[in-house]
Design a protein. Structure first.
Length: 249
C-alpha cells in the first residue's frame, strides 16, 4: 500500500520464506501462511476475514507474539500461559514498524479471554498497590456477562495511541453492541490508534477507513460489499425464506 503517509505503528509483516523448511505442514500449509509474502497494514484499521480454519488466528497470534504480546492475549505485561499450542510461526516473521511507538497495546483474543480475566484476578489477589482491574472498569471480568466483559475492556482498558490486535472482538456482542464497539473503534482511531482485526462480523468490518483482506487461497484485498461475509448475510436477511428453503432441503 504505497503512498500511506501516516505514522502508523506497524507498517507490514513479511514472511521469511527461505527459512521455511516445508509448506506442507502446520502452520505453513494454511492459506494465511503459504501465500504470505509481505502484508501491508492500513494505518488505521486492517481487517482479516475469511472462512473458518483459513488461519486468521494463527497469523494474528504470530504477529502479536512477534510484537512482544503474550500469545494468549492481554497487554505486553501479561506472561501467563495455560496452553502450549502456540505455533512458532512468529520466529519466521519480520515486522516492519513505523517511526512512532504506541503508548498502549492489547492483544485481544475472544477464545482465551477467560484466561486473561482469571490472570487479572490472580495478580490482584497477590499484588500490592493499584489494582489491575481498576483499569478495566473496576468490576471483575468474571462477574459480568460475556459481552459486558468484552465491552469493559474496549471501553476502559483501551486508552488510545495504541496498537490493538483483536481476534473476533464481536464474539460475545449483540448486533447493537457491535455498533457500540464500532463507535469506540472510531474514537480510538481518532486518538491515533491502529487496529488489526480478524472478524466474521459484517458490522465490525464496515468501518470505512480500513483495508479488508479476505483469505481465499491467500490474502485478497476486497471492498466491503464484495466480501463473502457481507454478501451471504445480505442474501440471508433479504431472502430469509428462500435461503431457509435451500439450506433445509
Ligand atoms: N496447534 C495446532 N496444530 C495443528 N493444527 C492446528 C493447530 N491450531 C490450529 N490448527 C489448524 O490450523 C487451522 C487454522 O486455525 P485458525 O485457528 O488459525 O483458523 P481461523 O481462520 O482463525 O478460524 P476461525 O474463523 O474458526 O477462528 C485449523 O483448521 C486447524 O486445522
Ligand atoms: Mg480464529
Amino acid at each position: 500500500m504505497e503512498g500511506f503517509k501516516y505514522n502508523q505503528y506497524l507498517r507490514s509483516v513479511k514472511l521469511y520464506r527461505d527459512e521455511v523448511e516445508s509448506f506442507d505442514t502446520y502452520p505453513f500449509c494454511l492459506d494465511a501462511v503459504n501465500n504470505l509474502f509481505t502484508l501491508e497494514f492500513h494505518p488505521k484499521v486492517t481487517f482479516i476475514v475469511g472462512e473458518n480454519g483459513t488461519g486468521k488466528s494463527t497469523i494474528l497470534e504470530a504477529i502479536a507474539t512477534a510484537y512482544g504480546f503474550n500469545p494468549e492475549g492481554g497487554t505486553k505485561n501479561f506472561n501467563f500461559s495455560t496452553m502450549s499450542t502456540h505455533s512458532d510461526l512468529y520466529k519466521y516473521l519480520k515486522l516492519i514498524k513505523g517511526v512512532r511507538r504506541p503508548e498502549d497495546g492489547f492483544f485481544f483474543r475472544a477464545e482465551s479471554f477467560y484466561n486473561v480475566a482469571t490472570n487479572i484476578e490472580e495478580l490482584d489477589k497477590h499484588g500490592i498497590g493499584a489494582r489491575i482491574i481498576d483499569s478495566y472498569g473496576g468490576i471483575s471480568l468474571h462477574e459480568q456477562s460475556h459481552g459486558e466483559s468484552f465491552l469493559a475492556v474496549f471501553l476502559n482498558r483501551f486508552r488510545g495511541r495504541g496498537l490493538y490486535i483483536l481476534d473476533e472482538p464481536e464474539a460475545a456482542l449483540s448486533p447493537s453492541r457491535q455498533m457500540t464497539m464500532l463507535s469506540r473503534l472510531h474514537q480510538l482511531v481518532q486518538e491515533d490508534s491502529q487496529f488489526i482485526i480478524a472478524t466474521h462480523s459484517p458490522i465490525i468490518m464496515a468501518y470505512p477507513d480500513s483495508i479488508i483482506y479476505e483469505l481465499k487461497g491467500g490474502f485478497r484485498k476486497r471492498e466491503y460489499r464484495d466480501t463473502e461475509h457481507y454478501q451471504i448475510t445480505k442474501e440471508f436477511v433479504n431472502n430469509t425464506e428462500r435461503m431457509l428453503d435451500v439450506i433445509m432441503k
